[in-house]
Structure formats: structure tokens, C-alpha cells
Design a protein around this ligand. Sequence first.
Ligand code: APR
Length: 239
Amino acid sequence: MANKVNKKYLVILTGAGISAESGLRTFRDSDGLWEGYDVTEVATPMAFERNPQLVLDFYNMRRKDVAAAQPNAAHTGIAALEKDFNVTVITQNIDDLHERGGSNNVLHLHGEIFKMRSVKNINKIFDIKGDINVGDVAKDGGQLRPHIVWFHEQVPMLEKAVEVVENADIFVVIGTSLQVYPAASLINYAPKHCPKFIIDKNIPHAFGISNITAIEQPATIGVVELAKHLSQLLSLPNE
Ligand code: APR
């Protein structure tokens, strides 16, 4: 959190909705079906045990989709806020569109599609651009799997994310249905006094959060509006 004294600390929690305008499907806009798959059928350790190739193929397809997608104006608009703010993005997304959009501090809560690891070691992570198949093993002999946090698995970055949110001067939520825990609970750690914004095409129920401004817009338009609100905040005298 360098520069915190000079710039306000802006923390942005994002979900699938921010990448929707890049052509990547959200989860719950399509009844829990993702490209025809029931997410709970493929995004669990049990599914991987039952049918590892199905799960690997599912993520191999996701990897291709993400590689073909481009960051949109919401991703680049967030990166541009680094000029005036000390920004950390906490994303539930496994894509790398925040990074490619120019954001420098991105914390991936649910893993990353371009990373993989052995089933035997959660800590040794490798880059992967192509496919992973059954029989592809790491040096430790363990089957390789995507570095993705599946349902029923721990969220190793959660503690770090909580610490980030607790230190926010301004907190923003973009494009998440806030239905998946513990990610959704992060919003409760934002300091009471800090201004909060939520951008979504259909604003989800925000659990009686105080001091929150709703911007009911697609992310690309919402981030432009957000930037206007934030520049107004900057022009206010410091308390
Ligand atoms: N702009 C802004 N918001 C949008 C847009 C858009 N163009 N399109 C859709 N949305 C909103 C929807 O209204 C919804 O509130 O994005 C949200 C997407 O919600 P989900 O599909 O539930 O995605 P998310 O909240 O990221 O899911 C959380 O669930 O399956 C797991 O691990 C997976 O990280 C994922 C987690």
C-alpha cells in the first residue's frame, strides 16, 4: 500500500459482469449454465475426480475464450484511475483482462486460467497457455490441474483481500451478483465511513450496506460515471 499518504486508496471488487462486454459469459445470467455446462458439475474437486478430462476440457475451452477476448473500456477505465488513486483490483474472474487493460495491482480470488499446478502442491504454480490433458504431470508426479479455486475449496487469497478492503478509502463493486461466498462477504469489511459504489446492469441486493451509490449501467458506461463521481470526491476539501 505504498503512496497511501499521497493518493486515496481505491479498492475495486469485480466479477464476471465486467468481462461480459468483452464477450465472456457471466455465470448467473444464464441460469447457472455456462456454455451448456452446469457450473457445479465442472467446478468442483468431485467433478475432477469423477471425470478429469471433462473438467480439463471445460477449462481448456475457457482458456481459448479468454485468449481471444480483449479488455473493454471498463478494464482500461479502471487502469486509468491509477493516475489519481492508489488502486487495488480484487477480482473473482479467472481471466487476465484487468492486467491486459493496464491494471498493476490485481488480486485473483478464484485463481487464474493461465496458471496451473500439480494436484499434490497448491503452492507451486506454473504458467500455461495451451491445453492441460489427463496424463500431463508435474515434476512431483501429480496430475496438472488449472489453478482455479473450485466450489468446496479454500480461498487462499481471502485473508489478503480482507486486509485490502479494510484499508479502503473508497470501495467499488462491479459486475458481481454477490451470491458466492466468501467473496460476497468482502463488501462487509469496507470501513463504514468510506464512500462505496456499485455498478451493475441489474444492481444486486447489497445487504443494507451504508453509504453506497448505485450505478445501474453496463460496466463500460458505469466506469465512466464512476470516474466522474471520483473526481468530484477528489475536489472536496480533505476532512
Ligand atoms: N455490466 C455490468 N454488470 C453486468 C454486465 C455488464 N455488461 N453483464 C452482466 N452483469 C452483472 C449481472 O447483472 C450480475 O449481477 O454481472 C453479474 C454477474 O454475476 P455472476 O454471473 O454471478 O458472476 P460472479 O458474481 O462473478 O460469480 C462469482 O461464481 O461461479 C462462481 O467462481 C465463479 O467467480 C465466480 C463466482
